[in-house]
Design a protein around this ligand. Structure first.
Ligand code: NI
Length: 158
């Protein structure tokens, strides 16, 4: 377990499309645990592998004290639309308004090799959409409106 260095905007890895995880082995489990440590150490609620310099499709989110390790997440359904303020561990001190689907369904593989599909809404849905964007080389500042510096509102940094 380790707290890793977080790559910040401008690092080319954040612009790359991450590759699928093909084998869930010790290495990927350790990566997920290190990502979680890094996220908790920085008070984030979500983190994607490219943010710690590994361009693979793995995400950890923790909303309302429930941790999800999402391997190869795919959003299979989106419903509604809501605008709220976001931040990002890779964009320190920046906040902006992002339109996201209100409700989603996401399919993923667990660290125990199980295929799962869950429904999410509210902050969890927002967080998963933000992290899946990271896997596709997209940062929230690429799509946000009203970007401000150093003014944090209700949504925590991702
Ligand atoms: Ni982020």
């Amino acid at each position: 377990m380790a707290v890793l260095e977080i790559k910040t905007a401008g690092d080319p890895i954040l612009k790359k499309t991450a590759v699928e995880v093909t084998k869930i082995d010790k290495r990927i489990k350790r990566l997920l645990d290190d990502m979680a440590d890094t996220m908790y150490a920085t008070a984030g609620i979500g983190i994607a592998a490219p943010q710690v310099g590994v361009s693979v499709r793995a995400v950890v989110v923790d909303v309302d004290q429930k941790r999800y390790d999402l391997i190869n997440p795919v959003i299979t359904h989106r419903e509604g639309s809501v605008v709220d303020t976001e931040g990002c561990l890779s964009c320190p001190d920046l906040f902006g308004d992002v339109e996201r689907a209100e409700k989603i369904r996401v399919k993923y593989t667990t660290r125990f090799h199980k295929e799962k599909e869950i429904e999410a809404e509210g902050l969890l849905a927002r967080c998963i959409q933000h992290e899946v964007d990271h896997l596709n080389g997209r940062l929230f500042i690429d799509i946000a409106k009203n970007i401000t510096k150093g003014k944090k509102t209700e949504t925590e940094a991702k």
